[in-house]
Every structure is written in C-alpha cells, then in structure tokens.
Write a protein that binds this ligand. Structure first.
Ligand code: F6R
Length: 256
C-alpha cells in the first residue's frame, strides 16, 4: 500500500486528480471505477476543471441504493450526473451504474460483472471508506471474495448517510454493491479519506490485520493500492512518519 498523507483534503484531492488525469491522458479508453459520497466531490470538480477528454472513457460505479428512482436527489445515478457526467464529454452508453430499480436484482448483478469483464476490467478503482471500514457498500463481515450483489446496510451506515436524506428512516436499507472480489480485480485502487471520523477505519485498514471486520483492510493484498489522506484521517497511523518519508523520497521516475 502506498500511503500519501497531505495537509488537507484539497492537496490530497490534487494528488488523486493527477493520478486519474494522467491515466486518462495516457490511455484515452481507460476504464474507471467510481465512487459517490462526500469524499470524491472535490475530486470530480477538479477533474471537470481539467478539461480532459472523456469521449472514450468507460465508467462503472461501485454501488446504488435499491428502490430510489433515478431522479431522486440521493440516488447515485442523480449524484453522478449532477456532479460529474453532465459536465464532461463522456458518452452515456459508456456510463454504468447498478440499476437499483431492476425487477431481477440478482440478474443485473451478474450482468454488471459481465459488463466489467467485457470492458476489459477496471484500470483504476476510486474508493471512499465508511467510518466502519466499508468499501463500496461491503459492510463489515462481507465476504472478502464477494461479487456484485445486494447488501443490507448497517445501522451505522444508515446513521452516517442520514445527513444526505435529512432523516435516518429515509435511508434505504438495501443497496447493490460491487463485491470485494470485484474491487480487488481492478488493476489499481485509489482510496481517499478525509476527516477525523475516518481515522479509526483508516488505521484498521492500513495497519490492522486483514479482516472482514474492516473490509478496506483487504487492500493490503492488492498489488497497486494508493491511499490519499488528509492529516486528520491519518492521525491514528502509527507509521505516518515512515509514509511521509517514503513519499518525500520517491525517485522522480517512480511517479505517484
Ligand atoms: C459510495 C461508497 C461508499 C462511500 C463511503 C464514504 O459509492 O461506495 O463506500 O465511499 O460510505 O462516504 P463519504 O465519502 O460520504 O464519507
């Protein structure tokens, strides 16, 4: 794992934006895995301002609530179009988000896996992390080999996401999420975390044992996992001085 600690969310976002922009410039038909939530908002804004050519880029979102109409302000379809897609020149047919309104959820989950394969797999998977260590909506105790499927959110996640819905009872209980096995097949994963409420999940993921109790800890087994943190999210890391030392002493040819 490469741990990149920056002084604030802006500079951490800048690092992540450089990684994604370089990928799109070097490989115009790149396949990106995307996340929603508060964490990537600034990154999407930064990418919009970079005026990249998205015409050949394909995207696959991690997850979607079950039963929310696409036009609902909190559906991840709505989130992605509002915060990224409608501002860039991506083609609608290249955008993929699980369909939380499908009649046969298990069928569309299988189809989603096939679509990712048919696109050649995901080049960079962007991730946030839940305060309980979830990635995508793979809640603690999710199988570390899981594939795209339906999940029930934990009470903690419903509580955390109540800020978007106004009322905890309005947060849908069920979601479709890429599995941990699906995420681990991406060629590179880029996880972002900001703020003190992520510090415990981050230290467990980075320095704790690999465990389904903190699904993000599986990234320790990924060959190319980058984690961009602000000071607050990094504040519980025991080896933070070492991570800073490594980053400050990177040979120029190694890139981020
Ligand atoms: C969203 C997702 C979730 C979020 C996580 C953090 O697509 O997959 O894992 O990344 O819940 O959410 P925020 O960024 O709102 O703190």
């Amino acid at each position: 794992m490469e741990i990149i600690i920056q002084s604030n969310p802006q500079t951490a976002t800048h690092v992540a934006a450089q990684i994604i922009a370089r990928q799109i410039r070097n490989y115009p038909s790149t396949v990106l895995g995307l996340a929603t939530g508060s964490t990537p908002l600034m990154l999407y804004q930064t990418l919009i301002e970079m005026n990249l050519d998205w015409s050949e880029v394909k995207t696959f979102n991690l997850d979607e609530y079950i039963g929310l109409p696409f036009e609902h302000p909190q559906s991840y379809h709505h989130f992605m179009w509002e915060n990224l897609f409608r501002h860039i020149n991506i083609r609608e047919q290249n955008v993929h988000i699980p369909d939380g309104n499908a009649e046969d959820i298990s069928q569309i989950c299988q189809q989603y896996e096939q679509l990712i394969k048919a696109a050649g797999g995901i080049d960079i998977q962007l991730l946030g992390i839940g305060s309980n260590g979830h990635v995508g909506f793979n809640e603690p105790t999710s199988s570390l080999a899981s594939r795209t499927r339906i999940k029930t959110l934990t009470q903690q996640t419903c509580h955390d996401n109540a800020r978007f819905f106004g009322n905890e009872n309005d947060v849908p209980r069920h979601v479709i999420t890429m599995g941990i096995g699906t995420i681990m097949e991406a060629r590179e994963v880029l996880m972002l975390a900001f703020g003190t409420n992520k510090a415990q999940a981050v230290v467990d993921a980075v320095e704790g044992p690999v465990s389904a109790m903190n699904p993000a800890s599986i990234l320790q087994m990924h060959p190319v996992a980058k984690v961009c943190l602000d000071e607050s999210a990094a504040s519980f890391l025991e080896k933070s001085e070492y991570y800073r030392w490594v980053y400050d002493n990177k040979p120029a040819w190694q890139e981020i």
